[in-house]
Design a protein around this ligand. Sequence first.
Ligand code: 5GP
Length: 193
Amino acid sequence: MKLLEERILKDGHVLGENILKVDSFLTHQVDIRLMHKIGEVFAEKFANAGITKVVTIEASGIAPAIYVADKLDVPMIFAKKSKNITMNEGVLTAEVYSFTKKVSNTVSIAGKYLSNEDKVLIIDDFLANGQAAKGLIEIIEQAGAKVEAVGIVIEKSFQDGRGLIEEAGYPVLSLARIERFENGNVIFKEADL
Ligand code: 5GP
């Protein structure tokens, strides 16, 4: 997605070896126009796929996921990272290890929001080592629902996430694919959409 790549080049900041900071338009302040476009691009791709739910993980997956769900006209569900006292029964969970934060989180979705009739599109802001997407897939499959594909805004292709998810049998579609960082600059490879 050309517009996204241009925005990353303009406003993204490379931190250390392998982190891209995009908090001016995606992970903190959110550019609504860009989110609209992201919603359109994913929705066009999956218009005839029979998607019934969009699933993401809090917090920064929520913004793009809402716009995709809006365009597909289906509900958006975000997995929660902390235990919620109102979520007391039928909770589906998975462990998600964060390499960036070096902690493991239990993420959860109330089982009543997913069923074996659902066809799910997973959307997330970043794909790095694939642990967040893997956890979401585990939860969705516990509900007997089908994962149609994993849609990613920014994929860091030099990390293991894409391989992990594809080897497990799920298509990955990314709007921007980063091949590497070079002297603080972002080098892209060809994106999927
Ligand atoms: P994974 O589970 O694929 O290793 O990492 C996915 C999650 O880690 C994303 O949802 C995102 O919140 C966070 N993340 C991973 N790499 C980056 C990065 O380079 N920049 C930002 N802002 N977040 C990242």
